[in-house]
Design a protein around this ligand. Structure first.
Ligand code: BDP
Length: 329
């Protein structure tokens, strides 16, 4: 035994005596980005992911999830992850579309017909193609998370037809597609960081925004924008994913563990999502929100024709992926 190995052996024995497992010299500490509050379905599933990875690798891989967006805005975090500064995170494919063209396809309004259909397509050929596109940009998808359907909310009036959007100032996520989506209904779109939306609605910088029930509720946006109109115009999947740079530091066995833990956490998250969605709707209604369903979504879908035309014109290579999703049953 070399002197160094002897020292390591003694150190390990000491740790064992203290009841602590020895950490190997190649131990990895992962930094995880998350925009949501700690009790959000995404957050709980991310913690479960990390706990499973830590357990199954005997502590060789550990880490910390930084909740509440403290590591920066979503577009910045995506770039940081591509650079390997952030190791993993949970991202919406809307903002990710800025870096990964294939992800943009899921940010086209009304492209998925329902949340179950979105799951089926993302767990199949569409998820495969988008995942390949992500890998080409330095991002490894580990699991497709749920984010339900996004609907408009504002402080001015309920939205029943596209004409009701006219003149409204609407915050959107960072992606040109969402600006075009609102403009197609003659609204004024403002891309803005998630963290700034509450104050902006409160002070009248914008009239409202659009999001799924859990985010509308968890951010308290419902307190300042009390008309929630169930347009369900965007069903955008989310992704637990890892920086390719961090992924490449893992052994094949560790990669297998990380991938399996990612998949398992997505299953958990989808269940938590369904529960939270119902609870959030109850909470906002109890909080004085006027919720309206939209009897006829066809006029909204028709209004999106220029958005699709412009997208296909500038992304001809993505036409097959658009059809794969749009024409699916
Ligand atoms: C939430 C998404 C989150 C987005 C946020 C937003 O989960 O990733 O950042 O919407 O609107 O639903 O910015």
């Amino acid at each position: 035994m070399t002197a160094l190995n002897h020292v390591k052996g003694v150190a390990a024995a000491t740790l064992l005596a203290l009841g602590l497992a020895p950490v190997s010299a190649s131990a990895l500490e992962l930094r995880g980005w998350n925009i949501h509050v700690e009790d959000y379905p995404v957050s709980i599933a991310m913690e479960a992911f990390l706990a499973e990875v830590e357990e199954k690798t005997d502590g060789e891989i550990s880490g910390k999830v930084y909740h509440n967006g403290v590591l920066g805005s979503q577009p910045d975090a995506i770039e940081q992850m591509r650079l390997g500064v952030i190791d993993f995170g949970e991202f919406n494919l809307g903002p990710m579309g800025q870096a990964v063209p294939e992800a943009n396809v899921t940010a086209l309004p009304f492209i998925f017909k329902s949340v179950p259909q979105m799951y089926a397509l993302m767990d199949g050929a569409a998820g495969e193609a988008i995942g390949e596109g992500m890998k080409a940009k330095g991002i490894v998808p580990l699991g497709w998370y749920a984010a339900g359907a996004r609907s408009f909310y504002n402080s001015v009036r309920p939205i029943n037809t596209p004409a009701d959007v006219e003149g409204l100032k609407v915050r959107v996520m960072s992606n040109d597609l969402f600006v075009k989506m609102v403009e197609a209904m003659d609204g004024n779109a403002t891309p803005m960081a998630f963290a700034e939306v509450y104050q902006s609605i409160k002070t009248g910088v914008v009239d409202g925004a659009e999001n799924n029930p859990p985010s509308y509720e968890s951010t308290n946006h419902y307190e300042v924008a009390q008309y929630y109109s169930l347009t369900e115009h965007l069903i955008i999947p989310e992704c637990l994913c890892m920086s390719l740079k961090s992924w490449n530091k893992l052994s094949p066995e560790q990669q297998e563990i990380v991938m399996a833990a990612g998949r398992a956490s997505a299953e958990m998250q989808r269940e938590l999502w369904a529960e939270r969605e119902a609870a959030s709707m109850e909470k906002v209604e109890a909080g004085g929100v006027t919720v309206n369903t939209v009897a006829d979504k066809a006029p909204f879908q028709d209004a999106m024709t220029p958005v699709y035309d412009a997208f296909l014109e500038s992304n001809p290579k993505l036409a097959d992926l658009v059809s794969l999703i749009r024409d699916a049953d």
